[in-house]
Write a protein that binds this ligand. Structure first.
Ligand SMILES: Nc1nc2c(ncn2[C@@H]2O[C@H](COP(=O)(O)OP(=O)(O)OP(=O)(O)O)[C@@H](O)[C@H]2O)c(=O)[nH]1
Ligand SMILES: [Mg+2]
Length: 406
């Protein structure tokens, strides 16, 4: 007696195959459902495996005289061939490529320990730091980098000193923040354009900048310049009035333009007597690529000298920040204005995303008051906002001196 197994798409197919091979000497006795084919466990199919007993009386048919009866036998499953087909398809099919990339990412994450830490091996204080980073919404990639640095640069005895450890970590987080180097008023007029998604505070920020650079802000140690505001947001009800109201109160001229030619003419007309032109734009969804392209075309009149800044709200979730950064890339923006910092207590998401994308921060805004609630970006401001970390303010101020605040 011999036990053999046969695989096929259905139970009937397996039995037919067995009978073709062994005739009446075969007796199926178990069946089970299995999964076959696929790549990395994906795209597998269900199949059946049947085990059967071959009785003693079975002899291999060797006669050359017998003419085998040609039955319409289904081609047996060739699993190797199936696998090759799927792999070949995977190379050209974008959906399969996407899934495979995600599987690779997940695999990498699992292999590298999810970004947090290896719970069983790490020092207690490293785990505490990992939790604090998590609490502040830092990305797992960012946290992993900081923890690797801790493991590399801290001896076991130093790790016991939690105050020292957190002080260093705060400093290292600060090193990951890039502050925009303002070029100032070298070219005249300086043209500063603010783009960004809807409702992030662009118009309010333009008004704040106008007041600060126009010398209207009492606390700001900034020389008074002659400023002009141009808005290309002429279509939306209320948008024009909003910026004109600010302009009227501050005594700063505001022009509203609708086309490339109008913008060109307006810039040319005021170029002689204005130090700074601030351009407010229409809030755009990062998904609306057609409208973004139209606006880009209109703004191209400002030339490559124009400083474009992208406004992003501090509480935007990480995946959206990545999308915004990417979709506004065609504007060649130089830096990011982080708005509404007052509306969130967690800044890890924005710090991580900007580090990932290699972007600097130019200004931050932290309230609705014009012009009080705008500041030149500084590392310290982000660090003192960190939740749960004991921050030695004097030490970080020494380490990251402010380059002329307002
Ligand atoms: N809390 C807080 N609110 C702000 C800040 N900046 C602006 N705002 C408020 O956010 C709202 C939208 O501000 P806008 O300046 O109109 O935003 P916008 O980006 O120009 O909007 P759109 O032109 O519609 O795209 C207003 O109520 C502002 O007062 C800030 O830093 N903190
Ligand atoms: Mg606006």
């Amino acid at each position: 007696m011999e036990i053999i197994t046969e695989r096929g798409s259905t139970y009937e197919e397996c039995v037919r195959k067995l009978q073709d091979k062994y005739g009446r000497h075969v007796e199926p006795f178990t069946r089970k459902t299995i999964r076959v084919g696929g790549v990395l466990g994906l795209f597998t199919r269900e199949a059946v495996e049947v085990s059967a007993i071959i009785s003693h009386g079975y002899k291999k048919p060797v006669s050359q005289n017998t003419i085998p009866i040609q039955k319409p036998v289904q081609k047996p499953l060739d699993f190797e061939e199936e696998k090759k087909k799927i792999l070949a398809q995977a190379k050209t099919d974008p959906t399969i490529q996407l899934v495979l990339n995600e599987v690779r990412d997940i695999k990498q994450k699992i292999e590298s320990g999810s970004g947090k830490t290896n719970q069983s091996e790490d020092h207690q204080n490293i785990l505490r730091i990992a939790d604090l980073m998590d609490m502040n919404d830092f990305s797992s990639k960012f946290t992993r980098r900081i923890l690797e640095r801790v493991r590399k640069e801290f001896s076991l005895s130093d790790l016991d000193n939690f105050d020292l450890l957190q002080e260093k970590v705060v400093e290292w987080i600060g090193e990951e923040i890039t502050i925009y180097e303002e070029s100032g008023f070298q070219s005249r007029p300086r043209i500063l354009v603010l783009v960004g998604p809807t409702g992030v505070g662009k118009t309010t920020t333009i008004a704040k900048l106008a007041a600060v650079y126009g010398g209207l802000s009492s606390g700001a140690a900034v020389k008074a310049h002659s400023v002009k505001i141009i808005t290309i947001d002429a279509y939306r009800i209320g948008a024009k009035q909003q910026i004109e109201t600010y302009g009227n109160i501050m005594g700063i001229p505001v022009s509203s333009v609708e086309s490339y030619d109008e913008l060109k003419k307006t810039i040319a007309l005021c170029s002689e007597d204005v130090d700074l032109i601030l351009i407010d734009t229409i809030g755009k969804s990062p998904r609306d690529s057609v409208k973004l392209a139209e606006m880009k075309k209109l703004l191209s009149v400002c030339g490559s000298q124009a400083e474009v800044h992208l406004a992003i709200c501090a509480s935007t979730k990480s995946s959206d920040i990545h999308e915004i950064i990417q979709q506004f890339e065609p504007f060649n923006y130089r830096s990011i204005v982080v708005t509404k910092l007052d509306e969130t207590i967690r800044v890890g998401n924005i710090i991580s995303a900007l580090k990932d994308k290699g972007k600097s921060i130019s200004y931050i805004t932290d309230g609705q008051a014009v012009p009080a609630d705008i500041h030149r970006a500084g590392v310290v401001r982000f660090l003192i906002n960190l939740e749960g970390f004991k921050v030695n303010r004097r030490a970080i101020e020494d380490r990251f001196p402010n380059k002329g605040s307002f």
